[in-house]
Design a protein around this ligand. Structure first.
Ligand SMILES: [Zn+2]
Length: 111
């Protein structure tokens, strides 16, 4: 009799554990999904600009000088040939400087 009760308890615990892991999974995928949907075109554009910024710094570190133009930057593999573009059709404008910057013609510079 005792064994039977214990087995039931184990089964109950197991069910609870399953429910918790399902809930956790749902929470995770839910929050990830929401995060993905929350990105506005503006934010995606800024993310692209930040990766270009990173490539500009990598260029400087390797070559000892900043690239002179976006074309210069496209010749090296830091962006892996996948330089993002503005999701709303803006153009990335090169702003020479120290360091140089890019600016979206539609969204400007990341805030
Ligand atoms: Zn943009």
């Amino acid at each position: 009799m005792k064994m039977l009760v214990r087995r039931r308890e184990v089964a109950a615990l197991f069910t609870i554990a399953c429910m918790i892991s399902v809930a956790v999974l749902a929470l995770f995928s839910g929050s990830c999904g929401r995060k993905g949907a929350k990105l506005s075109p503006e934010e995606i554009c800024y993310m692209n600009q930040r990766s270009i910024d990173g490539a500009i710094k990598a260029y400087k570190e390797e070559k000892g000088e900043y690239p002179k133009s976006l074309e210069d930057l496209k010749k090296v593999p830091y962006l892996a040939g996948t330089m993002g573009s503005c999701p709303e059709g803006g153009k990335y404008i090169w702003i020479p400087g120290d360091p140089p910057q890019v600016k979206c013609s539609k969204h400007g510079i990341p805030k």
